[in-house]
Design a protein around this ligand. Structure first.
Ligand code: NAD
Length: 357
């Protein structure tokens, strides 16, 4: 076995249907009593389910801030901070997807307030010490162990309302973390175990969810898979796939989970010649792959009935060149050298919605 380094992120996880009832105990464990609840405007009603659970344990939330926004704009964080100060919050509880988790992280790193995260998508931000923020239209990303939420409650019951299409794309977003962890420069056998188990759980459960969104066993399996994939994202470096998605999201305003879904098979196809072992391992956990990981991913995306082209989200053909230009500048480490022409062709295929091969 090759030598390796293994770093694990600290953090406490409470997993399972109904685990939200443990929320008051988790607040008390931190010796806190006035949590600020966070959500997006779309989940402003759903997050209110936490209030009676807290109040039954004599915890009155300091307040509710329901304006979490995609890509964590700093002016939103400033507004939330002002509110947190005014209402005397002594910890934050983020309830939602990566956008709300991002706001919880932004408040926590600025104030030192403890952060309990209740994820309701499969994006995985809750397991990472990474925070991406936008100011004046520019996105900057930083990593700091203090950004990692100290407690995460995975209660499948709050994922039951996640629309089928977002369940599908958010789940593939999670798989992308695992796939890139398999060939990361600093990967290790433990991450490989998590990545393969997480990918398998998601690849098996997502097609069931798309057809039967109320299937709680499938939802639970998907959330378990998303957790493992998120641990990969939080522990090892990401490569071409994530670089392309950050470029497309940051510079062309492409939607987060949908872009990950479109790009994944193409990014893997680009890297395939340099990662034969990974391709074999991946094929083994993707149903109906017949030993071919790209085929397995294509089959999965077909079953998930997702959009396959960036043009479906408004990207213009002339932006393909610009995207290739940006993606080759400051590239992340990647198993295959980043060459502009083949990369341009990869982005063109993503734009056109062609199948990866
Ligand atoms: P999101 O948080 O923006 O959520 C998308 C929409 O779905 C929102 O309107 C949200 O309220 C709604 N929603 C979420 N859960 C729901 C549920 N169970 N039922 C009904 N509606 C629900 O989307 P996302 O894909 O989870 O997160 C994307 C953001 O997270 C991006 O800004 C991305 O950069 C960031 N992200 C960061 C990291 C990190 O490690 N820092 C990791 C992954 C994602």
């Amino acid at each position: 076995m090759e030598a390796f380094e293994y770093n694990t992120n600290p953090g406490r996880v409470v997993f399972g249907s109904g685990s939200i009832k443990r929320l008051p105990d988790e607040v008390k464990r931190l010796n806190k009593s006035k949590p600020l609840l966070l959500s997006t405007p779309q989940q402003a009603e759903q997050v209110k389910a936490l209030e009676p659970i807290l109040k039954d344990a004599s915890i009155t939330p300091a307040g509710l801030y329901s304006n979490a926004t995609m890509h964590t704009p700093t002016h939103v964080t400033d507004e939330a901070l002002e509110y947190a100060n005014k209402c005397g919050a002594d910890c934050v509880i983020s309830f939602g997807g990566g956008s709300t988790t991002g706001l919880g992280k932004a408040i926590s790193i600025r104030t030192g307030l403890e952060h309990i995260s209740i994820p309701t998508t499969y994006a995985g931000s809750e397991m990472t010490p990474i925070l991406g923020e936008t100011a004046d239209g520019k996105k900057t990303t930083r990593s700091d162990p203090k950004i990692l939420p100290g407690t995460v409650i995975y209660d499948v019951d709050f994922t039951m309302t996640l629309p089928e299409s977002l369940s599908a794309t958010s789940g593939v977003n999670a798989i992308a973390h695992a796939v890139e962890a398999l060939y990361a420069r600093n990967t290790n056998p433990i991450m490989n175990l998590l990545a393969l188990e997480g990918t398998k759980a998601l690849a098996e459960s997502l097609p069931i969810i798309v057809n039967s969104p109320q299937d709680q066993d499938a939802r639970s399996k998907a959330q378990y898979g998303a957790w493992l994939c998120a641990m990969c994202l939080g522990s090892v470096g990401m490569s071409l796939h994530h670089k392309l998605c950050h470029t497309l999201g940051g510079s062309f305003n492409m939607p987060h989970a949908e872009t990950h879904t479109i790009v994944l098979p193409h990014a893997i196809a680009y890297n395939a010649p340099k990662i034969p072992e990974t391709m074999k391992k991946l094929a083994d956990v993707l149903p109906e792959s017949d030993g071919d990981a790209i085929k397995g991913l294509n089959v999965l995306l077909t079953k998930l009935k997702v959009k396959r082209g960036l043009k479906d989200f408004g990207m213009k053909e002339e932006d393909v060149d610009k995207a290739a230009e940006i993606a080759v500048s400051n590239p992340y480490w990647n198993p295959r050298a980043i060459e502009k022409e083949p990369l341009r062709e990869t982005i063109r295929r993503c734009w056109a919605g062609e199948e990866a091969k």
